[in-house]
Design a protein around this ligand. Structure first.
Ligand SMILES: C[S@@+](CC[C@H](N)C(=O)[O-])C[C@H]1O[C@@H](n2cnc3c(N)ncnc32)[C@H](O)[C@@H]1O
Length: 394
């Protein structure tokens, strides 16, 4: 038996999420704006929750019908066999989103969905679930377009970018699934030297180290599907065990990080240590404008300071051209990927990107700019170093 699922993700990562889900044995994969629809068994659903680095959630589609009125929304929801799926002692929360919905009040419709679920429980079980808008056991997501009403039961619970790991964060941390998506878009894989010279709390480094050690991103957290009546605890235990057996030894992975500020480095170090990955990454305090590449070739992937949340316009207007010079003069043979929400960066860095990918960091619209720093055509100030941890001359 296969079920329909939908995996939302940060916009811009749909294609890399589809490729990831294919590797996790999802079928009938369909790329949609803001996510990927797929089919699969419950085991596929468990696996996607445990292993997807890019999805924000895995939603189980429980209804998809045409609607015209508020009463239709109530009836479609009420027809479903909610008491077969979870116990009324669990708390619930209903979220509703809409595009081109002709009905007037989304708040009223949200209330009708909640009423329909509670009425069904009261009729069948004599009691109803309570509402909890902050930490519900069960989340229900509705989506309305001009004609169709789709209802999902959220199998993840907390969003999947919450890996149950991060302890401390800096001023403008990336979401973990965006960081993983950037690594996928860049085509990074373990073995390619990776440098984030403005690493902040180290999100990109942490995701890369987890990929290198083959650590399932959900290994340390719980999921909402564990609350469902149809939860198959045995299969889940086996799946987690298989993932745990696959993990690799924590050794240095040619992953390098640096930041100008000591407190950012403290955050990155704490986060890596909490994940048991301190050994995999070399960290140093350094100004990106003074660094040398730690290897002959590799990928520099970073999220430089930008005007919206960190840094100020004048400082950045001077910083970006200097950053461009460092890349040109010292990083020939490398590929650089810079995620920025600041249009000034692309203009003033004075390098021509070979690719620009629109991406969203939460609500913030960004671009991932790719630069191929071709060897030979640029002046090199210092010879590149060996790709060993000790030669990390940042
Ligand atoms: C947008 S934040 C990066 C956030 C990071 N990706 C994370 O997930 O936490 C930009 C970082 O650049 C660092 N930075 C600013 N100027 C720098 C410089 N000249 N050299 C190195 N790092 C710098 C800041 O300290 C900050 O941590």
């Amino acid at each position: 038996m296969t079920e329909h699922f939908f995996a939302p993700c940060p916009r811009g990562l749909e294609a890399v999420l589809a490729a990831e889900l294919e590797c996790l044995e999802a079928t009938s994969i369909e790329i949609l704006p803001g996510g990927v629809a797929f089919r699969g068994s419950w085991l596929t659903c468990y696996r996607a929750n445990l292993e997807s680095r890019i999805a924000s959630r895995i939603l189980w589609q429980v209804a998809r019908n045409q609607y015209r009125s508020e009463a239709d929304i109530y009836d479609i929801t009420h027809r479903l066999s909610w008491p077969d799926w979870f116990e009324p002692r669990l708390t619930i929360k209903v979220n509703l989103a809409a595009i081109k919905c002709p009905l007037r009040s989304l708040d009223f419709l949200t209330l009708r969905i909640k009423d329909a679920i509670c009425d069904k429980f009261r009729t069948i079980r004599g009691k109803r679930p309570d509402i909890d808008t902050t930490t519900p056991d069960i989340r229900i997501h509705g989506f309305l377009d001009a004609r169709q009403f789709t209802l999902y039961l959220d199998t993840s619970g907390e969003a999947l970018f919450k890996r149950g790991l991060r302890q401390t964060q800096g001023d403008a941390p990336l979401r973990e699934n965006l960081a993983a998506g950037i690594l996928a878009l860049a085509g990074w894989h373990p073995g390619i030297p990776l440098l984030d010279p403005m690493c902040g709390s180290g999100t990109l480094l942490l995701e890369a180290a987890q990929i290198a050690c083959q650590i399932a991103p959900g290994a340390r957290r719980q999921f909402a599907f564990e609350n469902l009546k149809l939860f198959d605890a045995n299969s889940w235990k086996k799946l987690k065990q298989t993932a745990a057996n696959r993990q690799r030894e924590r050794i240095f992975q040619s992953i390098y990080g640096s930041d100008l500020y000591g407190n950012a480095l403290v955050n990155a170090r704490n986060n890596l240590a909490t994940a048991g990955l301190a050994e995999c990454v070399a960290l140093k305090q350094a100004n990106v404008l003074e660094i040398s590449p730690p290897a002959e070739t590799g990928m520099l992937i970073s999220n430089p300071p930008y005007g919206v949340r960190v840094g100020d316009h004048q400082t950045l207007a001077e910083f970006y051209p200097q950053l461009g010079n460092v890349l040109k003069q010292r990083f020939s043979g490398w590929q650089a990927f810079l995620l920025t929400a600041d249009p000034l960066l692309a203009k003033s860095i004075r390098l021509t990107p070979s690719r620009r990918t629109p991406l969203f960091n939460g609500a913030l619209e960004c671009r991932l700019l790719e630069y191929r720093l071709v060897a030979g055509s640029m002046r090199r100030e210092k010879p590149p170093n060996e790709s060993s941890k000790n030669s990390h001359k940042l």
